[in-house]
Design a protein around this ligand. Structure first.
Ligand code: SF4
Ligand code: SF4
Ligand code: SF4
Length: 463
């Protein structure tokens, strides 16, 4: 494993930061401390009614502190949706106190689902189905345009969005709004049951964000409500491969369940060029009744180190650089170019860490400024490999002269590996939430930061 160099600025012990969080029981806002204990970062907090809570935020305090240098100043949206009056989360949003515009908006088109995952943050599949109507979707998308001008990314989500009877009309509607990139978050079941659906999807100019947790049936028993789900997943992957539908594999990782699958999933992605990216998401605990130990959970450094170990250094710890547009502890990622079976992470060509260091780096002049701008384009939540701009950024970073011919070659031969630790009530940090760039569209036209919505504001009543 490639060791991370020591930084003279990192603290070894004591109080790292003060923030605000929520009580895991009543969800009321409480003060919280981030403290360094035995090389880890813990969050400690006390609720007057429900007592003291201590939870693991990062298993590697040094990596956590170094990531803080990648905190890029945020950008404002063209318009705010609400006033700043009562504070977080009552003013959501996006209110003028929020520190970042929307890179990715989610449009939840149904709360119906054909699976029943115990850890579903949307609590889907457990109530009479509801579907977003086109008129309301049109209003919500128009509001997204008001905030962002020409928005970057829309994820059509749920529940399971492929169950929506007018899914393709919704996709057409979003394309008509000239949103740059569309994604469909799906568990893939519909692709197995309905081959005509897959053909239509292949022509819909949309990237599939495909939930895939590994290659062993017992994983699906634990995470997705049944071992038989594996067979469906493998059939859905065959369908995506057959039509060469651009796909990001999205893996929920749970300690002791599927962390050993990381290397195998990356090998699959590298070998199958319809896979444009892999996103590893350590599991979050947002559903009542899930039993777990908040001090023994997978955190971002655990996943990055497992990637290094399980790919035998094909991807190293040092290849992963925090994404600077949200709070820099929210996501780390890397890109690699694949040619003739050879995998070259971008970070072996360019010192990405140096260019995206906002503490020390004052680069503004060309050509270093151009390179930094290109890297900011790639290290952004809105970067996707269906976008010509992103491909241009990639070519710039790698020193490849850009041409129409190189466009397709890059599209088919680049992979992005990302680690995204969402927050639950145990790790919830309002400093991260206030810089969130992934927002959930509401039927009244507001946008709510994803982790705020799932932990605090999502209606949980089974209507
Ligand atoms: S999370 Fe952001 S949008 Fe919501 S109230 Fe706080 S600052 Fe405003
Ligand atoms: S497939 Fe997705 S929406 Fe459906 S229950 Fe599982 S996590 Fe929830
Ligand atoms: S969704 Fe949560 S983890 Fe992701 S950027 Fe927003 S606050 Fe951070």
């Amino acid at each position: 494993m490639n060791p991370i160099p020591q930084s003279p600025h990192v603290l070894k012990t004591g109080l790292l930061d003060r923030t605000q969080s929520i009580c895991p029981v009543c969800k009321k806002t409480v003060d919280a401390d981030l403290v360094l204990v035995d090389g880890r970062v813990l969050m400690t907090k006390r609720c007057e009614q429900h007592g003291r809570f201590e939870s693991l935020v990062s298993s590697d305090a040094q990596m956590y502190q170094r990531s803080l240098a990648h905190d890029q100043p945020g950008k404002k949206p063209r318009q705010f949706a609400t006033q700043a009056a009562k504070g977080c989360p009552d003013d959501c949003g996006i209110c003028p106190n929020h520190q970042q515009h929307t890179c990715v908006a989610l449009l939840e088109v149904s709360d119906n689902c054909n699976l029943s995952c115990p850890s579903c943050y949307a609590g889907s599949g457990s109530r009479p189905a509801r579907y977003l109507d086109l008129k309301t979707a049109n209003f919500m998308l128009d509001r997204y345009l008001d905030y962002e001008g020409r928005p970057e990314v829309l994820q059509i989500s749920g529940g399971e969005p492929t169950l929506h009877p007018e899914l393709f009309s919704l996709i057409k509607l979003a394309h008509a709004k000239r949103i740059r990139h569309l994604m469909l978050n799906t568990n893939g079941v519909r692709m197995v049951e309905d081959r005509e659906f897959v053909k239509e999807l292949a022509d819909a100019n949309i990237e599939v964000y495909f939930q895939f947790d590994g290659f062993e049936p017992q994983i699906y028993q634990k995470l997705r409500g049944g071992a038989a789900v594996l067979k469906l997943k493998l059939q859905a992957l065959d369908a995506l491969a057959k039509y060469h539908i651009p796909t990001t594999l999205v893996t929920t990782l749970a300690r002791g369940v599927n962390e050993d699958q990381i290397g195998r999933i990356i090998s699959f992605g590298v070998e199958n060029r319809f896979v444009r990216g892999i996103t590893f998401q350590p599991i979050i605990f947002v559903q009542d009744g899930l039993v777990f130990d908040p001090l023994d959970r997978l955190t971002l450094p655990d996943v990055v180190k497992a990637i290094d170990a399980q790919t035998q250094g094909l991807f190293r710890v040092s290849d992963f650089v925090p994404m600077p547009c949200p709070h820099p502890t929210c996501c780390s990622l890397t890109y690699a170019f694949i040619k003739g079976g050879r995998v070259t992470p971008v970070t072996r060509k360019v010192d990405v860490e140096k260019y995206l260091d906002y503490f020390c780096n004052r680069i503004i002049a060309s050509p270093a400024g151009l390179l930094r701008k290109a890297l900011e384009g790639l290290w952004s939540a809105s970067a996707t490999f269906n976008s010509t701009d992103v491909l241009k950024d990639f070519a710039c970073v790698c020193g490849i002269p850009f041409s129409p011919h190189i466009l397709q070659e890059l599209k088919d031969n680049v992979i992005r590996i990302m680690v995204k630790p969402f927050m639950d009530a145990y790790t919830f940090d309002f400093k991260r939430a206030k810089k969130c760039c992934i927002h959930v569209l509401q039927t009244d036209g507001r946008l709510i930061p994803f982790c705020v919505y799932n932990n605090i504001l999502r209606p949980r009543a089974h209507a």
